[in-house]
Design a protein around this ligand. Structure first.
Ligand SMILES: [Zn+2]
Length: 380
């Protein structure tokens, strides 16, 4: 089954192509081009006046559509985000007892084997600083040790994509090395690390900063902390939650300017993304969502977001003034490169996954193909 999308403006990390066409063949982009000379396909769609972009790849999400990915119906949650352009997801787990995390990792491994749109898991805990725990339960936090690390890696059966570690913990730098040696992308986050400790973690193999600026020391002019250390290091990428709440607009703009091509926009979404306000669970904690703002119940601590990545794209273009190509890259090519998947995801190019987001002239998501399958319309 082949599908030809034509007469749209294609946009990806390489730039914009007017009057573009893309031929999808099953789960792969077969051919791309521009102009009136186009291949014949089983199905042809005229997308005049629209943008087409690669599907968004979310490195960090806990849920959506009312469902918590760790404990609830993953398919419903993923479908909620897919309506907003996210075609591939790394499922993030908050801190739990090791046995529970092992069960959750095994379940995600099963789901990833059945559904290629699940890229694997992200262990956001439990190796985190208690003072920067955010929405992780204090009693679940611990320092890393080799046996625990090996147990978690084994439970995921090759699907553990990412781990977040506070490198200042006892054994923290050894843990960075051990996970990195196992092929896991190591992020530092939920941390009190100063710049020197962050640099030591990067030298040990960490390549990512988990939700930059949130749950870590900020940038002080005489103490740059982990954010300045990451911005300053070409080996390191930064996750950013661009929802107008987690990071002030001018600060987000500084990050993009200081680290072009190294910022990955993530949702860090919890179950209420694409769902109603109310009370939800995140791990063992109750989370109250009011006006779309998620907080640990009874506190002022932000507990993830209710962001979908289409909103992050619009904020990046309209509020930060990024070029459309740079904004799209932060949702596509950059996260794909971070995961080592840049040969299959993140570009509108032959051989890449048939993951396509169609945006109308106002950048609202109109339709989405994920792994070659069109998702239900977002028009509500
Ligand atoms: Zn998170």
């Amino acid at each position: 089954m082949t599908t030809l999308l034509h007469s749209a403006t294609a946009v990806d990390a390489r730039g914009e192509t007017p009057d573009a066409w893309i031929l999808l063949d099953g789960d792969t982009i077969a051919v791309t081009g521009s102009g009136a000379e186009r291949p014949v396909a089983d199905e042809t769609l005229d997308l005049s006046g629209r943008w087409i972009a690669p599907g968004f790849l979310d490195l960090h999400a806990h849920g959506g559509g009312g469902e918590d990915y760790a404990t609830g119906d993953l398919a419903t949650g993923l479908a909620a985000h897919r309506r907003h352009g996210t075609t591939r997801t790394v499922v993030s787990l908050v801190s739990e007892p090791i046995e529970v995390l092992g069960q959750q990792l095994a379940r995600i491994a099963d789901l990833a084997a059945d559904d290629p749109r699940v890229l694997g898991s992200h262990l956001e805990g439990p190796f985190l600083a208690e003072s920067r725990r955010g929405a992780h339960a204090a009693e679940m936090l611990r320092a890393p040790d080799d046996a625990t690390i090996d147990r978690l890696i084994a439970a995921a059966r090759g699907t553990l994509r990412q781990v977040t570690i506070a490198p200042e913990l006892p054994g923290g730098l050894d843990a960075v090395r051990r996970f990195a040696d196992a092929g896991v992308v190591v992020a530092i986050g939920h941390t009190e690390a100063d710049a020197a400790t962050a640099r030591a973690a990067f030298d040990a193999g960490a390549t990512l900063l988990t939700h930059a600026f949130n749950a870590m020391p900020g940038i002080h002019h005489r103490a740059g902390g982990p954010v300045a250390a990451a911005l300053d290091d070409e080996r390191v990428n930064l996750e950013l939650v661009l929802d107008g709440l987690h990071v002030e607009q001018s600060v987000a703009a500084i990050a993009f300017a200081a680290a072009p091509g190294r910022i990955a926009l993530i949702s860090d979404a919890m179950a209420a993304a694409g769902a109603a306000d109310g009370t939800y669970r995140l791990g063992t904690l109750d989370v109250t969502v009011r006006s779309g703002i998620a907080m640990v119940a009874g506190t002022e601590t932000i507990a993830g977001s209710t962001l979908t990545l289409d909103t992050a794209l619009i904020l990046a273009i309209d509020a930060l003034g990024l070029s459309r190509s740079a904004a799209v890259a932060a949702l596509t090519a950059t996260p794909a490169r971070i995961l080592g998947l840049a040969d299959r995801f993140g570009l509108l190019a032959p051989g890449f996954a048939a993951d396509i987001v169609v945006l109308d002239a106002d950048d609202a998501v109109e339709s989405v193909w994920a792994n070659g399958v069109i998702a239900p319309s977002v028009v509500e």
